[in-house]
Design a protein around this ligand. Structure first.
Ligand code: S3P
Length: 449
């Protein structure tokens, strides 16, 4: 879905205690990967709990364009009839990945070692994002990329007809880059080795093994060394997608800052490569109980009981950044309602997400009366305590779902309402956000222009 529809201005105002149960949608990262790996397996993969956000729907459409049969049977209940590693057909149309960096980068990897070309497009946000971080390693396999200046979409990838395996040290902490190289390595002969100096989300490694690929991970002085043996026959799987910890962050943080709140968020993934926000919140003094820990769909999950809390600012350890990279926008809101200062270092990757998230949060929080300091790689928020944030601003969301949801959560506890210029991007990752938050008692509404 390229382009961008009609903006949906929204606002949130101070709400009474949030109460009840918040069933957040399926994990976005795992949803993309189940469709892509399902399409590269031989036979039928069944997926339950698939996130039906626009990002994932765009990946489903892309897999159809490459020849897989992708069918929706009911809410979250999907099947993918895969064509096997190296079995993709050349798409007849442009692959439009909408707003999704994960979608476009993983799919580029998946097709880059098959002799065909494909042209990728995206919305105004995705067209600004760097693709060189993926096309550089894909070139080592023998693929070629023809995009706009600076390695931007639209871009055509010509897949390698005779791919060679690759050894690649990922230069930025990025699960998307790691995953693109691993997916490309599937159709290269021999062993592809990816080395990451800082661990990033490990869903690709877990799922590739689950689909029957031979993959080993070794922690060495150089970093995490991942070795994949190419040209396996992937076996179709039954994938139960756990609930998304990045989406759960919004009701969880809302409950922490809205006085008197007490909510339950069941079945949230606690994968250690994803749970940095929760560790941070507990260090800030958050009252979160991790109940009923168990395994679901190969991932550790727990039910989160969250009560409103008095929070203190902290220094977030830099090495935690990769495990909470998508959560800094909502953490910066929580930090505004904490006592004292919260320092977030090592966060420059935020500048190349759906928007420049450091800039977007800094400008919006300032407009709400919060003092913020910003450097290239640092965000510092000076907390105003529970109930201390003035609010009363309209914040720009820059086609970024997490910026929109973060400011709406801020409005639930600020003195005066907080508005966003456009809440429409929320549908990319959390289409049920408004209904779910309303069910807890949050005062969020669409504004008529
Ligand atoms: C994702 C990886 C992260 C994250 C994105 C999802 C993934 O991006 O921000 O929302 O599913 O691999 P980077 O790998 O670019 O950090």
């Amino acid at each position: 879905m390229s382009g961008h529809g009609t903006p949906i201005p929204m606002s949130a105002r101070k709400s009474g205690p949030l109460k009840g149960r918040a069933e957040v949608p399926g994990d976005k990262s795992i949803s993309h990967r189940s469709l892509i790996l399902g399409a590269m397996a031989v036979g039928e993969t069944k997926v339950t709990g698939l996130l039906e956000g626009q990002d994932v729907l765009d990946t489903a459409a892309a897999m159809r364009a490459f020849g897989a049969e992708v069918t929706r049977h009911g809410e979250g209940d999907w099947s993918v009839h895969g064509v096997g590693v190296g079995g993709f057909a050349e798409p007849e149309q442009v692959i439009d990945c909408g707003n999704s960096g994960t979608g476009v980068r993983l799919i580029m990897g998946a097709m880059a070692t098959t002799a065909m070309s494909a042209t990728f497009a995206g919305d105004a946000s995705l067209r600004k994002r760097p693709m060189g971080r993926v096309t550089d390693p894909l070139a080592l396999f023998g693929a070629r990329a023809y995009g706009r200046q600076g390695g931007r979409l639209p871009m055509t990838i010509v897949g390698a007809a005779d791919p060679v395996p690759v050894r690649y040290v990922v230069p930025v902490p990025s699960a998307q880059v790691k995953s693109a190289v691993l997916l490309a390595g599937l159709n290269a002969p021999g062993q592809t080795v990816v080395i990451e100096r800082e661990p990033t989300r490990d869903h690709s490694e877990r799922m590739l093994r689950g689909f029957g690929a031979e993959l080993t991970v070794e922690d060495t002085g150089e970093g995490r060394v991942i070795t994949l043996t190419g040209q396996p026959e992937l076996r179709p799987q039954v994938v139960a997608v756990p609930r998304d910890p990045s989406s759960a962050a919004f009701p969880v943080c809302a409950a922490l800052i809205v006085e008197g709140s007490d909510i339950l968020v069941p079945g949230v993934s606690q994968n250690p490569t994803r749970n940095g926000l929760y560790t941070t919140l507990v260090e800030m003094g958050a009252d979160i109980e991790f109940q009923n820990p168990r395994e679901e769909g190969g991932e550790p999950v727990a039910d989160l009981r969250v009560r409103a809390s008095t929070l203190n600012g902290i220094e977030v350890p830099e090495e935690r950044a990769a495990s909470m990279i998508d959560e800094y926008p909502i953490l910066s809101v929580v930090a505004a309602f904490a006592e004292g200062t919260t320092v977030m270092r090592g966060v420059k990757e935020l500048r190349v997400k759906e928007s420049d998230r450091i800039d977007a949060m800094a400008r919006g929080l300032e407009a709400c009366g919060v003092r913020v300091e910003e450097e290239e790689d640092v965000l510092i928020v000076h907390g105003m305590g529970q109930g201390g944030v003035p609010g009363g601003a309209t914040c720009a969301t820059h086609i970024d779902h997490r910026i929109a949801m973060s400011f709406l959560v801020a409005g639930l506890a600020a003195k005066r309402p907080v508005s966003v210029d456009d809440g429409s991007p929320i549908a990319t990752s959390f289409p049920a956000f408004e209904g779910l938050m309303a069910g807890l008692g949050a005062q969020i509404r669409r504004d008529n222009r």
